[in-house]
Write a protein that binds this ligand. Structure first.
Ligand SMILES: O=C(O)CCC(=O)C(=O)O
Length: 276
């Protein structure tokens, strides 16, 4: 497991030059920074609330958890997640990767219960996102320790470099979080890197990076929060937002709210009123 000296976000919320270079070269980075323990505790408490309030939803499929109102996507979220998604120190990290104009467009909790936590097949997120030009930086925050044994995030370093979408196939399996999976000759699972993170630490990854995670067969829960940000130079194009049905849960891009959390919408075409 990667050994780091972690710093509280409040003291060191910025990426070093080498961390920025790593993000661009490998498609992801684990910054030498982490959330204060109290903040992690608050996120864990909020997640427990959301799980209790959404008993009909698998905890790996808690989409739009930053939105309190139960919208078309059916999940009743929590303000704690909106607060972390708009946290200036998180945005400082994102700004260093995608620039000063930042639009928050998604936030999903992936919580894998002990014993039967579901696999996330390897995929590229951009495959089914209505964002043009396609661009997003995902901040993935470990709410619990996220280790190989309980199904941590796995990435294919450098798979984003050509900035192309690999072939995917649709799986009929019902024991997976997504029904999309990479089916491309460039994919080599033996090159996968386990992004092991102690609770409170985080990673950032590019929209073209192939990634996934294994099932959780351990006795320890594995919960993470994936917050999605696109640059203000991209449009969230709802006209192409056919509902995306993935392994039994609904993702409604047509009603998905957007927040301009920093800078400007350079395109002038994003609608910040829908879904709010
Ligand atoms: O949390 C996981 O295991 C998968 C996360 C993921 O697929 C994503 O952030 O896009």
């Amino acid at each position: 497991m990667r050994k780091n000296s972690f710093f509280p976000l409040a003291e060191n919320g910025v990426l070093s030059e080498s961390e920025i270079a790593h993000y661009h070269r490998e498609g992801f980075v684990v910054p030498r920074t982490q959330l204060p323990p109290q903040r992690v505790k608050e996120l864990r408490t909020a997640l427990d609330r959301v799980i209790a309030n959404n008993p009909e939803t698998r905890p790996e499929q808690l989409v739009s958890v930053h939105v309190v109102a139960r919208g078309e996507e059916g999940v009743h979220g929590d303000d704690e997640f909106m607060a972390i998604a708009a946290d200036p120190q998180i945005l400082d990290l994102v700004e260093q990767c995608i620039g000063p104009d930042i639009i928050l467009w998604g936030c999903q909790a992936f919580c894998k219960p002990p014993g039967d936590g579901m696999e996330v097949p390897f995929h590229q997120d951009g495959h089914y996102w209505p964002i043009r030009p396609l661009a997003t930086c995902t901040v993935w925050i470990a709410i619990d320790d996220s280790l190989a044994e309980n199904g941590c995030l796995r990435v294919i370093p450098g798979s984003h470099r050509e900035q192309t979408l690999w072939d995917h196939s649709t799986s009929a399996r019902t024991d997976v979080v997504l029904n999309q999976q990479v089916a491309d000759e460039r994919f080599d699972v033996s090159t996968a890197f386990d992004v092991e993170l102690p609770a409170g630490s985080l990673s950032l990854h590019d929209v073209y990076l192939a990634h996934g995670s294994g099932p959780n067969r351990s006795q320890r829960r594995r919960a993470g929060l994936a917050i999605r940000y696109m640059p203000g130079t991209s449009v969230f194009d709802r006209s192409r937002s056919d509902d995306f049905e993935s392994a039994g849960y609904r993702v409604d891009f047509s009603g998905r709210p957007l927040w301009l959390v920093r800078g400007e919408d350079k395109t002038g075409k994003n609608d910040f009123t829908i879904g709010r």
